[in-house]
Design a protein around this ligand. Structure first.
Ligand SMILES: [Fe+2]
Length: 216
């Protein structure tokens, strides 16, 4: 899978918020311990991980689907509190240099042996700035994520307890090497700019038209 024309146009038009478009930093300890608690309770106490509907960008072997903690039905508001916490938002605002508002969060998701992440950009209105958090894993080698912009590709290893802050429309991203190990648990936090005037009008127009094409 390669980036389609629509994604390429959005990628070209979206403003650059930081110098490189990404950074890897530790998840603050208090937030990380909560994320780990959610994961451990969901997996080992409540057995609440369910196979996730394939949505086109993650693939794995038939017998090892991606699992996700029972979504909002699980009734746990802690991920939402972390997503909206001023502490996390401040880190992301320092990274991108503008004011943000929370949009969506996902996870923890559990990827299993053989999983790959197809090359893509994120949803153009709601996923402008994001954090991909490595909660826990049992791997034989790092499951690196590649980020690419303007033809420059970097492979990034997000250590356990760390998060990749990234501009998800500006950078196409993927994990082409299949997950080598048993599993990887991640949580994903997405934000948009508080003031939409930060985004050029022609970008906003195209992003609004394009949003329904992004189902992930
Ligand atoms: Fe993504």
């Amino acid at each position: 899978m390669t980036l389609d024309n629509l994604s390429l146009r959005l990628q070209e038009m979206v403003p650059h918020f930081s110098e490189r478009g990404y950074a890897v930093v530790p998840v603050p300890e208090n937030l990380y311990s909560t994320l780990l608690e959610i994961f451990i309770e969901g997996r080992y106490m409540f057995d609440a991980f369910l196979p996730e509907k394939p949505h086109g960008i993650v693939e794995s072997a038939d017998r090892a689907p991606t699992l996700v903690l029972g979504g909002t039905g699980f009734g746990d508001n802690r991920p939402s509190l972390i997503h909206e916490s001023p502490q996390l938002i401040q880190i992301l605002e320092d990274f991108c240099g503008c004011s943000l508002k929370p949009t969506y969060w996902y996870g923890p998701r559990l990827y299993q042996r053989g999983a790959i992440l197809h090359e893509h950009i994120d949803r153009p209105l709601s996923h402008i700035i994001s954090a991909s958090m490595h909660v826990d894993s049992d791997l034989d080698e790092p499951w690196n994520i590649s980020v690419e912009s303007g033809g420059i590709k970097k492979e990034v290893n997000i250590e356990k307890g760390h998060m990749l802050l990234y501009e998800g429309v500006r950078l196409n991203h993927f994990r082409k090497a299949p997950l080598n190990g048993r599993w990887y648990a991640g949580t994903f936090m997405h934000y948009t700019v508080s003031d939409s005037r930060v985004l050029p009008t022609d970008y906003l127009e195209l992003a609004q038209q394009a949003q329904p094409c992004f189902r992930f």
